[in-house]
Design a protein around this ligand. Sequence first.
Ligand code: GN1
Ligand code: MG
Length: 360
Amino acid sequence: MSTHDHDLVRTLCDAFGIQPVEHDIVPYGNGLVNRTFLLKDRVDGDHWMLQQVNTAVFKRPELIAFNNYLAAEHLRSHHPGYRFMRGRRTADGKDLFQHPDPELGVWRVFPYFTNTVSYDQAVTPAQAFTAAQQFGRLTRKLDGVYVGAFQVIIPGFHDTAERFSLFQASIGTATPDRREQAHGSIDFFLSRAHIVEEFNAAMADPDVRTRITHNDTKLNNVLFDKDSGEAVCVVDLDTLMPGKAIFDLGDMIRTFISTASEDDPDPAHTRIDADVFEQLVRGWNSEMAPLLSNSEKALLYWSGQLLMFEQGIRFLTDFLQGDVYYRTTRPGHNLDRAMNQMFLLKAYEERRGELESRLV
Ligand code: GN1
Ligand code: MG
């Protein structure tokens, strides 16, 4: 770790009242904007995750902290055994720490569970069941909170109709070169505009209730116990806010069932695992079934289509806008990601009959 990072971690630990075991401080993950450090507290032996908030994406980080607090309070009084990633406060009682040097950003601290592991892709059907059960459990345990008290952290986050408008606009403003490179996937996603109509109909249905949902239910946002293999908790609660249950299910379908990684543009690698699909829906239903309305139950398969479509146009819009949102590490990275979603959606649609038969 550089002296620079070392000084930064020192300042953060002082702010949050942690006395780190020096040799246990490790940077976690990578990235220029979103930095994370793991460390152990010498006093109580607990492990903590120091995480910088990406303020380009989360313009009001205090809203994340507020929702985290509301959820934690509800869970503490109604479901005390539930493992929730409650943020640690600063020594002077604040949820977030703004580094005195504005360049060094806004930070928060979460408990870190040792002996856990997360996966970016390729799970077994049994892992899919237990992971989806954890995401379902979060929503079920939060059923009964007053949804209206929660803040909208990123407005329109899963507003597929709005995202489709932005996508259409980005086709017009893209450089001719990028538009040309992307024309195959542009045509594909335009041909799926019916999904926007279906989205509008679903959002207009009062039986598709607004709940408190996770909204970023990617496979790698679940921690599994290294020994038992069971999913133990969900992480990355930045987008915990009002949403629809099917958004969470759809994003799980999108990220769990594909054999390819999210930025692999080779259609030959994108195969769909129907057993994973079946088990993830079962795992989620094991928590959610008693809560779901008939309208929501009718959208289970469709939720996967919705999220593949939405994520595909998000990546494609970013490519057409010149890569302004997602971190890229190579030219065409966002286009590759959009193509991956396109192939995934195609494969998902081709197997619709078979997948739907797994739902009963
Ligand atoms: C982003 O940053 P990360 O990996 O948790 C994005 C999700 C996308 C995902 C695609 C706030 O999630 O919505 O599904 O990338 N989060 C935000 O990999 O935009
Ligand atoms: Mg996230």
